[in-house]
Design a protein around this ligand. Structure first.
Ligand SMILES: Cc1cc2nc3c(=O)[nH]c(=O)nc-3n(C[C@H](O)[C@H](O)[C@H](O)COP(=O)(O)OP(=O)(O)OC[C@H]3O[C@@H](n4cnc5c(N)ncnc54)[C@H](O)[C@@H]3O)c2cc1C
Length: 244
């Protein structure tokens, strides 16, 4: 599969599906896949033309890999990333180990005891293809949800797709549209959680030579984490907002 839409807008309006999911990020795609495994069809509407191409969340912990196991995705995920049962952070100047998190010996608790470095774009691509391959989940890219209304028989979702207005009829609409969720805003729900008083800068950087194959380095406010076996890594620089 090419990772893009397998479902093109039909001429029939409104399109009727049991569940409309707003957003094809990791949450929306995981939900579509979960529902498919429960035998429930869904349609994911994504405003962007393709999956987000950036690495973003790169560290997948044990519990998530265990969930991937239930979808038969763990082997493919490990194949695409770098799995380690031990994570070490090094002082950037001293070069000495500053922190060690070691899952060695916990294999009985989980076959995935450890960390998988996997760029988010690889994770979402994996989830997308897994969801589409079930035949129970469809994705329409380039379709921005602009509103929805509920009546006694279900929900009508309004969207803009290719410059045209579209409507989708469903029993449930689920907002997986990220931190600035329109769905949450329309339902007048607060964003639960907190905002850290720090600004984080992230870059995916190619190194011609580095030894970060199996470790993350950090000291103070900077760190490097391995992303791919082809020598691509991430730099992170975090500074207090007040200090800027
Ligand atoms: C630069 C950056 C670095 C990050 N680094 C890390 C990290 O190191 N570790 C970590 O754990 N997390 C990290 N995160 C956070 C992580 O990426 C998010 O937690 C994760 O993407 C949330 O997934 P989600 O599916 O809820 O939302 P998103 O990934 O934001 O996906 C929401 C999707 O909904 C779509 N959408 C929004 N509105 C609409 C609409 N009206 N109609 C249709 N579609 C819509 C968006 O286009 C998007 O594709 C980072 C985030 C950023 C931005």
């Amino acid at each position: 599969m090419d990772g893009q839409s397998q479902f093109r807008p039909s001429d029939v309006e409104p399109t009727t599906v049991p569940i409309v999911i707003v957003g094809a990020g990791p949450v929306g795609l995981s939900l579509g896949l979960t529902l498919a495994h429960q035998g429930i069809e869904s349609l994911i509407l994504e405003k962007n033309e393709a999956l987000d191409p950036y690495s973003r969340a790169i560290l997948i912990p044990t519990r998530t890999l265990d969930i991937f196991d239930s979808w038969n995705l763990t082997a493919a995920a490990k194949e695409r990333g770098i799995f380690n049962s031990r994570l070490q952070a090094y002082g950037a100047e001293s070069g000495k180990v500053a922190i060690t998190i070691d899952f060695t010996g916990l294999e009985d608790a989980s076959p995935n005891a450890g960390f998988l470095f996997l760029p988010q774009d690889r994770t979402t691509d994996l989830l997308l293809n897994a969801a589409l391959s079930t035949g129970m989940c469809k994705v329409i890219f380039g379709t921005a949800v602009s509103g929805f209304s509920q009546d006694t028989r279900g929900v009508t979702v309004e969207a803009v797709s290719g410059g045209s207005a579209r409507r989708f009829r469903c029993q449930y609409v689920i907002g997986c549209d990220g931190a600035h969720s329109l769905v949450r805003e329309m339902l007048d729900l607060p964003l639960a959680g907190k905002t850290y008083q720090a600004r984080v800068l992230i870059a995916d950087v190619s190194f011609s030579q580095h030894d970060a194959e199996d470790r993350a380095q950090s000291q103070g406010t900077a760190g490097v984490a391995p992303l791919r076996r082809d020598e691509v890594a991430r730099c992170r620089d975090s500074r207090s907002k007040r200090g800027r």
